[in-house]
Design a protein around this ligand. Structure first.
Ligand code: AMP
Length: 187
């Protein structure tokens, strides 16, 4: 089963992806983690993306699409993918469609975690203390939210017509959101 967890920064995508990873024995595919790892290892990709990441801007589609391609064709992970933070642009969404088709896979569920801006700002400020992420300061959070509204919102429109699209209230407590997702999975 392949799943997309979709939503603004701070909506709880990573938390719910980890929950589903455990529950379904699948793999959380977090492009944010993959990109942070490139920076940590100081790779060529890492050097290229560090400024954009720290400024709360998106990394180029080409770079992210390339990282994704390897994973989609990884036979150990096929049909066990939980996308967290991908796709974020229409180009990425269309690229994902192509890669899934080529690898004979499909998306079974898309969960949209819907949270309003003020709740997100509060949450990310808390996460900054816990995870010490350099892109979690107040100014960058606002930039990331605006980028989401401008660039990622069209992806929402792209998916929201699908039968496998499910909107979940992302302002609920973590375990309530997980329960809601579980319910939908058993429908
Ligand atoms: P996340 O951990 O998903 O919140 O992502 C953190 C940052 O990584 C984002 O603000 C972007 O700079 C970058 N990033 C993660 N996923 C993508 C993506 N699919 N496309 C472009 N940039 C991304």
């Amino acid at each position: 089963m392949n799943i997309i967890i979709f939503g603004p920064p701070g909506a709880g995508k990573g938390t719910q992806a980890k929950f589903l990873e455990k529950k379904l024995n699948n793999f959380q595919i977090s492009t944010g983690d993959m990109l942070r790892n490139e920076i940590k290892k100081d790779t060529e990709i890492g050097k290229k993306i560090i400024n954009n990441m720290n400024d709360g801007k998106f990394v180029d589609d080409e770079v992210v699409n390339q990282l994704l391609e390897k994973i989609i064709f990884d036979s150990n992970k096929m049909n066990k993918l939980i996308f967290d933070g991908y796709p974020r642009t229409l180009n990425q969404a269309k690229n994902l469609d192509i890669l899934l088709k080529k690898s004979n896979q499909k998306i079974d569920y898309i969960f949209f975690l819907n949270v309003q801006k003020d709740a997100i700002i509060k949450r990310i400020q808390k996460r900054k203390i816990l995870e010490k992420r350099s892109d979690d300061d107040a100014e960058t959070i606002l930039k990331r939210y605006d980028t989401y509204m401008q660039i990622t919102k069209p992806v929402l429109e792209y998916y929201s017509k699908n039968d496998n699209f499910h909107e979940v209230d992302g302002s609920m407590e973590i375990n309530q959101i997980s329960q809601k997702i579980e319910q939908i999975l058993t429908l």
